[in-house]
Write a protein that binds this ligand. Sequence first.
Ligand SMILES: NC(=O)c1ccc[n+]([C@@H]2O[C@H](COP(=O)([O-])OP(=O)(O)OC[C@H]3O[C@@H](n4cnc5c(N)ncnc54)[C@H](OP(=O)(O)O)[C@@H]3O)[C@@H](O)[C@H]2O)c1
Length: 314
Amino acid sequence: MKAVVIHRYGGVQVLQYEDVEQPKIQPTQLLVKVRASSVNPIDWKIRQGMLSLLTGSKFPKILGFDVAGDVVEVGSQVTRFQVGDAIYGSTSFPGGGYAEFAAIPENLATLKPRNLSNEEAAAVPLAALTALQALRDTGNIQTGQNVLINGAAGGVGSFAVQIASALGAVVTGVSSSKNLDLVKSLGADRVIDYTQQDFTKDTMQYDIIFDAVGKRSLSQTKKVLKPNGVYITTLPSPETVVQSVLTALIPGQKAKLVFEKPNAKDLLYLKELIEAGKIRAVIARTYPLQELAAAHAYSEIGRAVGKIAIAVSS
Ligand SMILES: NC(=O)c1ccc[n+]([C@@H]2O[C@H](COP(=O)([O-])OP(=O)(O)OC[C@H]3O[C@@H](n4cnc5c(N)ncnc54)[C@H](OP(=O)(O)O)[C@@H]3O)[C@@H](O)[C@H]2O)c1
């Protein structure tokens, strides 16, 4: 099969489109003919070697966590799927989705939302699960709460605005000027252009500040957080790690980190929201698998609007 493989860590030039053996599945896995994948910043962080303590020095590696495709083989212990099912889900760490076939653990997949294309479905898993788990599980979001999403136009942020709105929060989205209309169209009640206004100097106070792009900290957002409010970030800087430990020990404002945990139950929850028309995937650009290097380069700029989809096979 064709896949994009890395033989060492490095820049986009280490992404090689080549022939490799099709994966062999374990009893609890599905072999999926990949129709589409998507880019998440963790893919190029792994490619650059930033997570090499976790990803090790064994090569070749195929990256890419998100997959939408068709089941072509099921492991002997698989009970929820059969050959021919259209699914969406996640590979195990550290990826495998940038390929014509991928082995997907049964418990990391569910049937694809009926109203999404393969590219749209592949844009959902990692980013939308992060947004859902940050707001619902880490933040314990409640109807009527004031919630601010920083980085509202990005992969995680665009889902976070829609999920917070679907869960009944009053949502403020923060983005640059060019993305304000998009953020409003996703359901934000209020938008802040960070090039014109610093939300940490606002008069509004929030129950939850979800920093989807990890640009701020609890110290910087204290004044605009309610006394029992929570600051949640996607990026574990030394400062936020220390603050999350300290604030867990005392009453009052909290700093929390979110670590996405792929699972079929939450994918089903998202599928239901998608099929009910409450959330959708915003696709910035779609690249063919052969042009993954260009897709990574675009993601690395940090200004993608929504998600970057990878078309693998039609
Ligand atoms: N902890 C976890 O489990 C987890 C899971 C997923 C992602 N992450 C991390 O979360 C981060 C975001 O992921 P992503 O997929 O959303 O990335 P992304 O799609 O690449 O984010 C791009 C967006 O960031 C916005 N942005 C850039 N600078 C900004 C600023 N100063 N203030 C507000 N918005 C800004 C841009 O909007 P404008 O053009 O409008 O500025 C752009 O739309 C990444 O570092 C990723 O690795 C962590």
